[in-house]
Design a protein around this ligand. Structure first.
Ligand SMILES: Cc1ncc(COP(=O)(O)O)c(C=O)c1O
Length: 376
């Protein structure tokens, strides 16, 4: 049987990974500044992570959400403590798109409305309402397009007020930092106004922290730079360090009713073991502060040494926009310097490394990029 051919692949077969490094089947060692798309938070194959998942599997790997799983509550407690959001409630699911679907559903149940507001260049996933709220017509199929979604310009308070004042919007969704759209940071004042307007017009505010959350920005969630209290926060990627897990944080004003949400696999024992290991390592190794420090250092180093059009980022979520297209530089980084990086659009190199990245490893990237740029 053939695989359904939807991914553009690099000709690389990873067989082993540790910390910030990956090895391929030919013995090449790569520095991972992509983290499997912002997923690897505590580093590849962290010993505590490996132990927690494997010892859990020896006890019990799966049962459905019809029985009590005390690890879900343990995960909620540790997440509340590290994020400072312990008055919110946690719903566990399996992926980012699923977290957003559940967030839309909650907002719609709560408000009785069905319209969604999203922003230009947003990416919220590839399922029903999540893809409809994604600003990329190419990936929205006719079956997704019945959702009522309005896209507004980023950082534009007047446009938000004009739309919300009609009082028919269930939810506004915004990324803590736009990832796929090019590492675009919402202005702090914009987020504060957005929250005020949502409250004024009875709309719920959903913060999509699927890529920017879990310490990557140098705070647990990127929106925390603005001090707002969203109604709903969605997360995934870094939450499981590669084990599929997603979550929705729900403010106390939104009340649960039996059966309103559900999932077969969400919050299973292995996912909880992975999620707990991530939070334990993040706390033990102080990874949020580390991401902030290494990120600030890396940003300064790039600013000073690499010619670019615009540099954007917070913590270890960094976009370097160039005047020229960068697919060949990205390819050279990978093939000649053995460094994995991400991309946004055609001109922006996107860095999403594990939060354990060291200063020396970040230097090795800046040095290699400098050499390649000067020789091209
Ligand atoms: C901001 C954001 N939201 C949602 C998603 C979708 O997550 P998933 O691929 O786990 O469904 C992504 C994935 O890249 C993302 O970056």
């Amino acid at each position: 049987m053939e695989l359904f051919d939807v991914y553009s692949l690099f000709d690389i077969v990873p067989v082993k990974a540790e910390g910030c490094y990956i090895w391929d089947d030919k013995g090449n060692k790569y520095l991972d500044l992509y983290g499997g798309h912002a997923v690897i938070s505590i580093g590849h194959s962290h010993p505590h992570y490996v132990d927690r998942i494997s010892s859990q599997l020896k006890k019990i790997g799966f049962y459905s959400n019809s029985v009590v799983n005390p690890q879900q509550k343990e995960l909620a407690d540790k997440l509340g403590e590290l994020s400072g959001m312990d008055d919110y409630a946690l719903f566990l699911c399996n992926s980012g798109a699923e977290a957003n679907e559940n967030a839309f559903k909650l907002a719609s149940f709560h408000t009785g409305r069905s319209k969604i507001v999203a922003f230009e260049k947003a990416f919220h996933g590839r399922t029903s309402a999540s893809v409809a709220a994604t600003d990329n017509k190419k990936i929205v199929a006719p079956v997704n397009s019945f959702h009522q979604v309005e896209f507004l310009p980023f950082n534009n308070v007047e446009a938000v007020e004009r739309t919300l004042s009609k009082k028919d919007v269930a939810a506004v969704i915004i990324e803590g930092i736009q990832g796929v759209g090019g590492v675009n940071i919402p202005e702090e004042d914009f987020l504060i106004s957005l929250q005020k307007l949502c409250r004024k017009y009875g709309t719920l505010l959903i913060l999509d922290e699927i890529q920017s959350g879990y310490g990557r920005s140098g705070k647990f969630f990127a929106f925390q730079y603005s001090g707002i209290d969203p109604d709903i926060v969605t997360m995934a990627k870094g939450m499981g360090n590669g084990f599929p897990i997603g979550g929705v944080l729900i403010s106390p004003e939104i009340k649960a009713e039996k059966g309103m949400l559900g999932t077969t696999f969400g919050g299973n024992y292995l996912a909880c073991a992975a999620g707990l290991a991530v939070l334990e390592v993040m706390k033990e190794e102080d990874l949020i502060s580390k991401a902030k420090e290494t990120g600030e250092y890396l940003l300064k180093n790039i600013e000073a040494n690499i010619s670019h059009k615009e540099l954007r980022g917070r913590g270890l979520m960094i976009g370097i926009e160039f005047e020229e297209k960068i697919s060949s530089i990205r390819f050279q980084l990978l093939k000649e310097k053995c460094i994995f990086t991400g991309i946004s659009g055609t001109n922006t190199l996107r860095l999403l490394p594990p939060l354990t990245l060291s200063i020396e490893q970040s230097d090795s990237f800046t040095g290699s990029l400098d050499v390649l740029k000067n020789s091209s």
